[in-house]
Design a protein around this ligand. Structure first.
Ligand SMILES: [Zn+2]
Length: 226
C-alpha cells in the first residue's frame, strides 16, 4: 500500500515538475506549490571568484560559471514550486572576502554558515566533473555522505532523473567532501557532466542543456520529498 502511494506521489511530483515547465494554469500550479511551501532548500554553486573550478577541455570555460547558471535556473524552479530557496553564492564572486591566504577555507566555511543558518531540508551543491585519465567519461553523477540515509535517498532520486536524461544507468556514489560533511543537513553534490569530455562540455555550455539538467535535479528532488 505504502509503495503504491509512494510511487503515485513520485509520479505526481514528476508530473508537477514537467507541468511547471510548460506553465499550466497558475491556480493549479499554486495549489500544488503550497505543498512544498514548508520546505527549505540551499542551492550551492561550487567555486567562484579566484577559484574557477575545472576548465572546459575545448573552450577553457570555467566550471564556476556553469555551476552558477544551473543554480540560477534551479532557484527559479524551486521558488515557482513554493520552496524557500537560499543560495550560497549569488554571483561570480567567491565567499572568502579578500583573496588572501586561506581564502579557500574561508569560502567553504562561509557556505557552511549559510547552511547552518538556513536549517534546510536539503542542500544541493552543483559542480562539474573532470576526469582527464579517461576523457570518454560523460554524464551526471550524484554523491551523498556515507551513513546519511536521507542524503542517499535524495542522491538516488536525482541520479534516476539524470540517468533518464543521459540514457545511462549510473548509481549515486558515496563521497567524502566538505560540502557533504560540513553540516548535519541532508546534502548531495551533483556533478552535472564532465568538462574533460568535449561533447559534455559543448552541451553544458548551451542554455537549453543547462535547463534540462536543472529540470532533472528539480524533478528528482520533488520525487524525494514524496
Ligand atoms: Zn567543482
Amino acid at each position: 500500500m505504502f509503495v503504491i502511494r509512494k510511487s503515485a506521489c513520485i509520479a505526481a511530483a514528476i508530473f508537477f515538475a514537467a507541468a511547471l515547465f510548460v506553465s499550466f494554469g497558475i491556480s493549479k500550479a499554486s495549489a500544488a506549490a503550497a505543498e512544498y511551501a514548508r520546505y527549505t532548500v540551499v542551492l550551492d554553486a561550487g567555486h567562484g571568484g579566484v577559484d574557477p573550478g575545472v576548465l572546459g577541455v575545448t573552450t577553457k570555460t570555467k566550471e564556476s560559471d556553469i555551476n552558477l547558471a544551473i543554480v540560477k535556473k534551479l532557484a527559479r524552479y524551486f521558488s515557482d514550486a513554493g520552496f524557500r530557496v537560499i543560495l550560497t553564492r549569488k554571483n561570480e564572486g567567491g565567499l572568502y572576502g579578500l583573496p588572501t591566504a586561506g581564502y579557500k577555507r574561508r569560502d567553504m566555511e562561509a557556505r557552511r554558515d549559510i547552511i547552518e543558518g538556513a536549517a534546510p531540508n536539503a542542500v544541493i551543491s552543483v559542480h562539474q566533473n573532470n576526469f582527464i585519465a579517461d576523457r570518454s567519461r560523460r554524464g551526471g553523477q550524484v554523491f551523498f555522505r556515507e551513513g546519511d540515509a536521507n542524503g542517499t535517498a535524495l542522491a538516488n532520486s536525482i541520479q534516476e532523473q539524470l540517468n533518464a536524461m543521459n540514457n545511462r544507468a549510473l548509481s549515486a556514489l558515496r563521497g567524502d567532501y566538505y560540502m557533504l560533511n560540513c553540516s548535519r543537513f541532508t546534502s548531495v553534490i551533483v556533478e552535472c557532466g564532465f568538462l574533460s569530455n568535449a561533447e559534455d562540455e559543448a552541451l553544458l555550455l548551451s542554455e537549453e542543456y543547462q535547463s534540462q539538467v536543472a529540470q532533472a535535479i528539480f524533478a528528482g528532488t520533488l520525487a524525494y520529498f514524496c
